[in-house]
Design a protein around this ligand. Sequence first.
Ligand code: HEM
Length: 179
Amino acid sequence: MALTQFTAGATGTWQIDRILAVTGSTLALAGRLEVSALPPTARPDAVWMLSGATSYKRYTERAEQAALDAAQPALGRPEARCAALIPIRKTARWWDLPQDERRAVFEETSHHIAVGLEYLPAIARQLYHSRDLGGPFDFLTWFEYAAGDASAFEELLARLRTSREWDYVEREVDIRISR
Ligand code: HEM
């Protein structure tokens, strides 16, 4: 399994601009963030480290995947100098739901994919799973966008955070970075 490591500390490609606890407890502030595929090395300056793995799709249906494939940009666009790392943990009540009911909350009720598609191709994204790794979060979500698309990204977040799906979010930390 390919792991991606996010290490906050004194060094790293990305500058951490701010860390905001949206729900639940925050993560400590640090100056820079390193994103790496390498196994964790001892970093004396590390303030925190989170790990996640890309995985198979749980909820995306074929037509939705086709729409995403047609619109979603790759990570690492040179003009996308702003990024967000948003670790999220969902409640036990969410994880106790059967698959079909989670899908219904996620898309039929909250329109997560339909809403998200409205913001493509401005926002590039990658979802990492960390629940099965035993970390403090279930998901590490990552987004990249150009400075000119920052307000669109805020609007997208506001829409998702008021959706029914977010009733099941018990911890969310919003980390903004730039390069
Ligand atoms: C999952 C699309 C923005 C948080 C997903 C999935 C898709 C998707 C297709 C389902 C993957 C699967 O089938 O397993 C999008 C699109 C976005 C967007 C197109 C537009 C940029 C966001 C934002 C957040 C977010 C802004 C909040 C920080 C999540 C989380 C999951 C997820 C936490 C995992 C949900 C779960 O498995 O319970 N997203 N998303 N997404 N997304 Fe988004």
